[in-house]
Design a protein around this ligand. Sequence first.
Ligand SMILES: Cc1cc2nc3c(=O)[nH]c(=O)nc-3n(C[C@H](O)[C@H](O)[C@H](O)COP(=O)(O)OP(=O)(O)OC[C@H]3O[C@@H](n4cnc5c(N)ncnc54)[C@H](O)[C@@H]3O)c2cc1C
Length: 403
Amino acid sequence: MRIGIVGGGLGGLLTTALLSKNHDVVVFEKLPFVGGRFTNINYKGFQLTTGALHMIPHGNDGYLAKLLRECGCNVKIINSNPDGLFRVNGKDYAYKDLFNLVGLKDKLKALKMAANLKMGNVDKSISFGEFLESVELALKVGNAFTGWALSLTAYETPMEEIIEMAKNYHKFGGPGVPIGGCKGVIDELVRVIKNNNGVIKVECEVKGIEIEDDKAYIIGEEFNEEFDVVVSNLSPKLTEKISNVKIIKGKEPKPSKGIKICVATKEGLIKHNGVLFTPECERINGLNQVTNVDISLAPEGYHLVMTHQTQLTNNVKKEIDLGLEDIENLFNGKDYEILHIQSYRDEWPVNHASNGTDLDNVINDRLYLVGDGVKGKGGIEVEGIAMGVMKVVEHINLLNKTN
Ligand SMILES: Cc1cc2nc3c(=O)[nH]c(=O)nc-3n(C[C@H](O)[C@H](O)[C@H](O)COP(=O)(O)OP(=O)(O)OC[C@H]3O[C@@H](n4cnc5c(N)ncnc54)[C@H](O)[C@@H]3O)c2cc1C
């Protein structure tokens, strides 16, 4: 089949790489570079990013890693060990040790919660915040986790999503960092697509998607190309806006917003390669120091620390100032330099659909959606994208067989 892919973000490129084995594929990307919110920006020798924090939520064992291997990408992903620690009262604790920081009554409550969550024995209709709120520290820790991983507060996160995430965590484990950062993944996807004779067109903005009974068309200012199938890597809302198909039939997906601050430090802030969750910060939910995995992500003699925070109010300046105050407290007298502050919202958010508000990937036999507006259930960030891509690729390959 001839397949057109609109958008060269992680979702679009992963779909293209998988389909390029058996189909003719063409990617249309509006920017001069591919990778969307998952690629590097070189700034003074530091590998900053267009979005992601150089982390893959289930590391070398999750959905994304599996699909990368399946399409022939050689990406080395180093699993974090420990997955994450939690800074409470200035000290870093493993998850299991947090239970000892509260009184006996709260400890029993928290242990019961953890056991119920592991067994899926919880009310699916409530939020994660409601589930945790009877133990103050548990709610703070929950907020740090959802803020870091989903750019949502615990109260904004549906319990149903948390149950699925817990299942994935027990199946695949915690995060990992790809060597070369986000761009390490994107470069390999591009290599595979080109090896399979796929075509990637940059600076090629798509203005229209026309779906007819027997064909589909991708239209720009100076082109109108015919395809058997179109895969859109744009948000469901934008895809609907430029196409002749009604996509959002029920509730609109709700985007999640966030702020990332990149910090240079000679001394380093943490010794491990996992996440440092910061439940006691005013705004920062967590941070990582990716140079503990790959020193090439910063100039010689430096570490790169990336912090993330949910955007809680619409006053972005105030949100950033509170984040900077947190950083000052976290560094506690150590030398550091703020490299870059990025806020993510509107057309360039953390997620086009916050977890629990994603739409389905399959619109009809000719039009499919991939990306973070259509993640699989319980799929954190790029793992959720990979789950959606898997579904689309299976559907298209089945369609090809039956036609
Ligand atoms: C601050 C922050 C931190 C994050 N941290 C992580 C993390 O550590 N780990 C993780 O797994 N995820 C993380 N994420 C989320 C992850 O970066 C995104 O979910 C993912 O990159 C989105 O990929 P996508 O393919 O859905 O969309 P995009 O990357 O947005 O790709 C869509 C592409 O379509 C192109 N496009 C748009 N309109 C048109 C048009 N009309 N014509 C042609 N092309 C068009 C865009 O230019 C873009 O390249 C983070 C996100 C942010 C913002």
